[in-house]
Design a protein around this ligand. Structure first.
Ligand code: 3H9
Length: 704
């Protein structure tokens, strides 16, 4: 048949098997193979056909690497037409995850059966796309329009039993022996003379759809879309499913799919899909590096961060010991954990008995002697290098040989911490982001002497607890926080230069940031940055630098916690409001400093705030702190809420053009001074060569 699709006749059942590791994506050879097999089966002695897959999953979707390249025949819709028009019933047999185009293949089949552990879903929206092979037309026909809307706009997969309840799957087969179960189900269909059930023949009764249903769905989705267009186009497709005959609905779906697949939004989101998976790979580490078993964990420090980290491990069934300096602190830490779990239960995201199970996995101690046996320790005390060194010396004495000793520091020198022990090879940074039980990013910091198996183990355990891992070498602030410096600085400088806080935040929120930098500083507390600056000797002596943040703190305006900062906050709702007093103060200060205020466009605000990030990112690359530009994007998407539809700062720079970014940085250097705007040599070089960061990554990933 073909290398990746085989066909065999077992008694009166034809069996088509796809085998295209790792996830049976619908590459051209798979599409062609299925089409040929379906055609073959029409002419042989089979009475029904089963479509199943080898390996870990049913077809997990279209081959994403093919998007953006010239289309190759046969297209997926042609394959689906052949399946749907088969004169013999075709039964999809699902295990693993039938996703996107993979699930759409099953919807063209006449029947679907699945093992209980299988999931089905249409995750295209997470790639800035919509289901482009009939998903938007067939799902509402069997599951209803509301269920289709929820499923396709969330992109979340549905477990087999729920899929059966929704009508998406016909049979959940018993046990995990899928093929045997599928054969017995198909035999039953043959014997009972089951008809050729085609979803396309179902008509949606449009009178069941409330007036204004689609308009209100659009409005609701636009609020959380952060400028993304895919949700809106999905609603258009569902509307077509209700209002048009299926063939016209399929044409509409195809047109809108094409619009999205060619959009910068989808290109950015596909970039992040692959970037996330690349980031987990460490370039100079052998694939078969042996892992250290992690069966128990200790967390030092039961504050918000330590408690959140403890939850990450308990959530996946790994017992955790929380270590605090006294009973009172320990009780406080454990109660934070209980409170967080209770909130999750209240929100309906966790059954109460699961909460008890997880809390049962977290114990506490004030004695280092109790952690002598754990496999991994994560220190999460406050940011003080001497304290951390003292703790690591104690851990060295207390922990068993081979235990991994990790620090959750955000800034400190991991090598200096490692040197406080006699086993620096066991020391590594695990930088979680707050709230640690929610934020997806884990920056893994590789010290000078960190052992390979420690790194490989931490990457693997990071994935297990649901984090997206990115590797950083040691430097002040690692990848994420080091880059952030210029972003916050410029947000404040822009005020003196003529913007209001609302203008600065508005421009960045319009771009898709969840929260602008000034509102974010108010949320974190302006006093935090103020205190951090006091200890720094490396900042230029410039009265303009952080002027407004400093003044506000000295006026007692610390941000949300004191009810005012760059903004005023409604005491009840915490809604932020512009504050005329702050705006007048900014003008006054600009006059005092002889800064000529001018109107600044949103584009200029974006360049002033983002180009320092990009420039620092380029320096981080040339110094080898990050392995890839795409790793930096992953850090910003998952740790700093950079809009995924823009693909992260480095991808965004590529889309603007590195020549343009470099020229603008040079212009800012001439206008605002070299101490802030000093173009990175790598950025300059790539700009001159007309290259992108993506090309730079690619050249470095190619075998030497
Ligand atoms: C679509 O279907 C559009 C249609 O509606 C219309 C068409 C006309 N293509 O995630 P993992 C690679 S859009 C190519 O680490 P896991 C992945 O890069 C698609 N490659 O495994 C990785 O490569 P590497 C809708 C793919 O077990 C390797 O497979 N479908 C694809 O943690 C292993 O991946 C989706 O969006 C693909 N579709 O998770 C599903 N999928 O080893 C996307 C994976 O070189 N996929 N790869 O780094 C997933 O969600 C997860 O991969 C899955 C497995 C849950 C399946």
């Amino acid at each position: 048949m073909s290398q990746v699709v085989s066909y065999e006749l077992q008694a009166n059942i034809g069996i088509i098997t796809v085998n295209n590791p790792p996830v049976n994506a619908l590459a051209q050879v798979v599409r062609e193979g299925i089409l040929n097999a379906v055609n073959t089966a029409q002419k042989d002695a089979s009475e029904a056909i089963i479509l199943c897959c080898d390996g870990r999953t049913f077809i997990a979707g279209a081959d994403i690497t093919e998007f953006g390249k010239p289309p190759k025949e046969p297209g997926l819709p042609d394959v689906l037409t052949a399946i749907e028009n088969s004169t013999k019933p075709i039964v999809a047999a699902i295990h693993g995850t039938a996703l996107g185009g993979g699930f759409e293949v099953t919807l063209a089949c006449h029947y679907r059966c699945a093992v209980a552990s299988a999931k089905v879903g249409l995750p295209e929206v997470k790639l800035g796309l919509l289901p482009g092979a009939g998903g938007t037309q067939r799902v509402p026909r069997i599951a209803g329009v509301q269920a289709a809307l929820d499923m396709i706009t969330s992109g979340n997969p549905v477990p087999a039993q729920k899929a059966k309840d929704m009508g998406l799957v016909d049979e959940v087969v018993e046990g995990e022996e899928l093929l045997a179960g599928a054969i017995s189900y198909t035999k039953h269909l043959i014997e009972s003379g089951a008809p050729l059930k085609r979803i396309r023949d179902i008509t949606i009764d449009s009178s069941t759809i409330e007036a204004g249903f689609f308009e209100s769905a659009r409005e609701r989705l636009a609020k959380r879309a952060r400028g993304q267009i895919a949700q809106d186009r999905i609603v258009s497709c569902l509307q077509a499913a209700v209002e048009l005959p299926i063939d016209e609905g399929l044409i509409r779906e195809r047109e809108l799919f094409k619009e999205l697949v060619n959009s910068p939004e989808s290109a950015a989101m596909r970039h992040i899909f692959f970037a996330e998976r690349q980031a987990a790979k460490i370039k100079d580490l052998a694939k078969d590096t042996a892992l250290r078993p992690i069966k128990s964990v200790a967390i030092l420090g039961g504050g918000t961060m330590g408690g959140g980290i403890a939850m990450c491990f308990a959530n996946v069934g790994i017992p955790v010991i929380l270590v605090e300096i006294n009973d009172e602190a320990l009780e406080r830490g454990l109660s934070i954990v209980r409170k967080n779990y209770a909130i999750t239960v209240q929100k309906g995201k966790l059954p109460a008995d699961k909460m008890e199970q997880r809390i049962g996995l977290i114990s506490g101690t004030t004695d280092y002697g109790d952690i002598s046996d754990v496999d991994l320790v994560i220190e999460a005390v406050f940011e003080n290098l001497d304290l951390k060194k003292e703790i690591f010396a104690k851990l060295d004495a207390a922990c068993k040989p081979g235990a991994i000793l990790a620090t959750n520091t955000s800034y400190q020198d991991v090598d200096a911490i490692a040197e406080a022990t006699a086993r620096p090879e066991d020391v590594v940074g695990m930088h979680f982001f707050s709230p640690a039980n929610v934020m997806k990013l884990l920056e893994v910091v590789r010290g000078e002497k960190t052992a390979d198996d420690v790194l490989a183990t931490v990457m693997q355990i990071g994935k297990k607890i649901g984090k997206v891992c990115a590797l950083s070498r040691v430097c002040y602030g690692f990848i994420g926080n080091r880059m952030l410096g210029g972003y916050g600085r410029e947000a404040q400088m822009l005020l003196l230069d003529g913007c209001t806080p609302a203008q600065v935040d508005g421009a960045l929120e319009g771009f898709g940031m969840a929260m602008g930098p000034l509102a974010m500083s108010d949320l974190a507390g302006l006093d935090v940055g103020y205190k951090a600056r006091q200890g720094r000797t490396d900042l230029p002596d410039d009265p303009k630098l952080y002027r407004m943040g400093t003044m506000l703190v000295e006026m007692g305006r610390y941000g949300q916690k004191t009810g005012s900062g760059f903004y005023q906050y409604d005491p009840e709702t915490r809604r932020r409001m512009s504050d005329p007093e702050v705006e007048a103060l900014i003008k006054e200060e600009a006059d005092k400093l002889n800064v000529e205020q001018a109107h600044i466009s949103d584009d200029e605000i974006l360049a002033r705030c983002f180009y320092p990030l990009i420039n620092e990112g380029a320096k981080i690359l040339e110094e080898g702190i990050a392995q890839r530009a795409s790793d930096i994007d992953v850090v910003y998407i998952y740790g700093y809420a950079f809009p995924v539809a823009k693909g992260g700062p480095m991808h965004y720079a590529d889309s603007v053009g590195l020549k343009n970014v470099h020229e603008k940085i040079c212009e800012f250097r001439d206008k605002y001074g070299e101490q802030y705007w000093n173009p990175s040599p790598l950025l300059k070089q790539l700009a001159e060569e007309g290259k992108t960061f993506a090309q730079w990554d690619k050249e470095r990933s190619a075998p030497q």
